[in-house]
Design a protein around this ligand. Sequence first.
Ligand code: SAM
Length: 259
Amino acid sequence: MPSTARVYDAILGGRDNFKADREAAGVFARHLPQIGECVRENRHALVRGVRYLVGEAGIDQILDIGCGLPSAPNTHEAAQEIDPGARVVYVDNDPMVLSHGRALLAVDNSTTVVTADARDPEGVLGHPGVRSFLDLERPVAVMIVGMVMQISDHEHPEEIIAALMEPLAPGSHLFLTGWPDTGEPAQRRLSKASMETLGNGWIRPVERLREHFVGLEMVPPGLEYIARWFPGEPDGPVPAVEELEPYQRTQMAGIAKKA
Ligand SMILES: C[S@@+](CC[C@H](N)C(=O)[O-])C[C@H]1O[C@@H](n2cnc3c(N)ncnc32)[C@H](O)[C@@H]1O
């Protein structure tokens, strides 16, 4: 059976995947030929977000939930390039991520990886690996990047996120990417490929995506298509929405701060 983490790895050209995962990656490519660009754009946004969180927001503790298999540059590498003392806890509900993460992090004392499920927010925040590694009395950045589309509406992603953010200190941040539904056919094709192969991959109206940030202050430019999303100061020209290719309208990103 394909798994999300391994299919994502296969699309990125990684080696931690099996035949079923590569076949699933092929289904994605048939529905959306630019799936590789989509995933690479998501990884670039991940790095931009981490650089903003550590470099501009001054965060030195990150909880990266739904981290996936290692793929350079990883969150801890992007964070520690700016602040070598930054601490990162990777969380994924796929145990394979734990074994690969451990191998990667064997020599890193500032980073750890745990197996937990975001749908159990208390279990995540109460996990001994999280408790012993992060000081929850100080601001933490919670990353839910490329993952919320795997949580269905009836599991109430906005409640899960609120429960994750609620116990955290003021100054904590949420960094999230999601799949919008604005009627663009490329969005439908991406969701269809994901549903067919993995049984999840929900697209949502932009207003629903905004609900994931309820109670938090959006950092400019707010929730935006990834190709237009540069938190803080843009480091290049920002394309107009009309200039985006259809595949570039399949993912949005946002960072928000807890007052
Ligand atoms: C598409 S990958 C994204 C990887 C990385 N965050 C990125 O954006 O490049 C999604 C990951 O989320 C994990 N995941 C899915 N549902 C989850 C849940 N309920 N709790 C924790 N992890 C989950 C999957 O196992 C997978 O590794």
